[in-house]
Design a protein around this ligand. Structure first.
Ligand code: NAI
Length: 403
């Protein structure tokens, strides 16, 4: 069993993962946190020591155990010295910069994963590890964070808002997923289930549908007039039938990519775990959804989404405007939807709904991905499309993910 674990990141999820891992292992292993971001490591360590641990509060509780993490550091060599498994728990746009610093110090045979991996981690990570001469590493991709969680006090207190039923995890090379799933289940207290192929996690990344899709649905007709605090729309529970039709079209386009790939490579690629959106929602929140008669009702009646508002920021002259720098776009478009769109392009498939969302949201972010229907925009280098890592055709992509 894997017992020496390094968590990379210093945000909501990293606090929860580190504290829960420390609690579960109870001294029977070692848990470290590596965060090279600003002065986070020093602040987190000082705050944890002052509080005598990071308190992790479970849903419905007001307090929880305080857990001392064994190591909190911004020093990559120190961080990489002990782990059997490294798990990045940070927005996907930070994955590469964290790994570039850590990789020169990693030991042979280490497990290197991201939870959630979002899309394209399986293309970028082997290249980084190869470049730094890390041999025999196992790459692990987790479908989603096993809980919704929020930091209440940096370095001191994190609240788990709701747990997911089960989370898929796949490895590259394949065959290592059971061992990784067993360790993650033990440290998180949520069930991780092995998924056969890393591409199923990439394509099955539902954040890429839900986040940019709902942002598009809520704001593509926005008049430009700031919202009063009461007018700021709910995010998940603000969806309409029309928004859900768009989400369903995006989900259907992803299903078409899966069908194409499975037919083109029979027996080689199992993409069965890539669920249509409705199926994912209902199976992820079986106890929270009151009415699953339609996708819109399932979103609106999901207790886990209660009260969560769309990302907004204060407007110069008062009120609030949509925040187009939100992770819902800056993470889920370049390391989500654009990667999926690149796979569609490699398969020769059309994705009109996904294209519509990419075109609009990239303009909001001041970025350029699609030009004349092709992924040739000036900001493609910041995405995790396979050809950024030397994988230019379908055969190369499938060989890379079935290694
Ligand atoms: P967060 O927003 O709390 O993460 C921020 C942290 O990421 C920073 O404190 C820093 O440690 C790190 N970071 C950011 N930019 C960096 C950079 N350029 N270089 C190095 N480190 C950098 O994120 P959170 O909430 O922990 O989420 C982590 C992942 O989990 C994301 O992919 C998110 O979409 C996903 N997720 C989060 C959920 C939640 O409830 N928090 C629920 C489901 C998914």
């Amino acid at each position: 069993m894997i017992k020496n674990i390094l968590i990379c990141g210093g945000g909501n999820g990293a606090h929860a993962m580190a504290a829960l891992a420390g609690h579960s292992l109870g001294g029977g292993g070692r848990v470290g946190v590596y965060t090279p971001y600003g002065d986070e490591a020093a602040r987190m360590k000082e705050a944890m020591l002052e509080n005598q641990g990071i308190e992790v509060v479970e849903p419905g509780r007001e307090s929880g155990p305080r857990v001392m993490v064994d190591l909190i550091t911004a020093d990559a060599a120190e961080a990489a010295s002990f782990p059997e498994m490294v798990i990045i728990v940070a927005p996907a746009f930070a994955h590469e910069s964290i790994l570039e610093k850590l990789a020169p110090h990693l030991q042979a045979g280490v497990v290197v994963g991201a939870i959630p991996a979002r899309s394209g981690f399986e293309f970028s990570t082997p290249r980084i590890l190869e470049r730094h001469g890390v041999s025999g590493a196992v790459i692990a991709v987790g479908q989603t964070l096993p809980w919704a969680c929020r930091l209440e006090k940096f370095g001191q207190r994190v609240r788990i808002l709701g747990r997911k039923e089960s989370v898929g995890v796949a490895t590259l090379p394949g065959g290592g997923a059971s061992r990784v799933a067993e360790a993650l289940t033990m440290i998180t207290g949520c069930t991780f289930t092995p998924v056969e192929n890393v591409l199923a996690v990439s394509l099955g990344n539902v954040g890429q549908i839900i986040h940019p899709g709902i942002m598009y649905g809520l704001f593509s007709d926005w008049s430009g007039k700031p919202f009063s605090p009461e007018e700021v729309p709910l995010f998940y529970q603000g969806v309409t039938g029309e928004i859900c039709r768009l989400l369903e079209s995006m989900s259907q386009e992803i299903q078409s990519i899966c069908s194409f790939l499975q037919e083109a490579f029979p027996g080689r690629l199992n993409l069965g775990p890539v669920q249509p959106l409705m199926q994912w929602l209902v199976s992820s929140y079986p106890r929270d959804i009151e009415d699953s008669s339609s996708l819109a009702r399932a979103f609106v009646t999901n207790r886990a989404y209660t009260g969560l508002k769309a990302p907004v920021k204060p407007a110069a002259d008062g009120g609030y405007v949509p925040d187009f720098t939100s992770r819902y776009l800056t993470e889920d478009v370049p390391t989500g939807l654009v990667v999926t769109r690149s796979l569609a392009a490699i398969c020769g498939l059309q994705t009109p709904a996904i294209d519509r969302v990419i075109a609009c949201t990239s303009q909001w972010m001041g970025r350029e991905y699609l030009v004349g229907g092709l992924l040739e925009g000036r900001d493609m280098a910041g995405t995790r499309v396979p050809w950024n890592y030397g994988l230019h055709d379908l055969g190369a992509v499938v060989n890379a993910v079935t290694a």
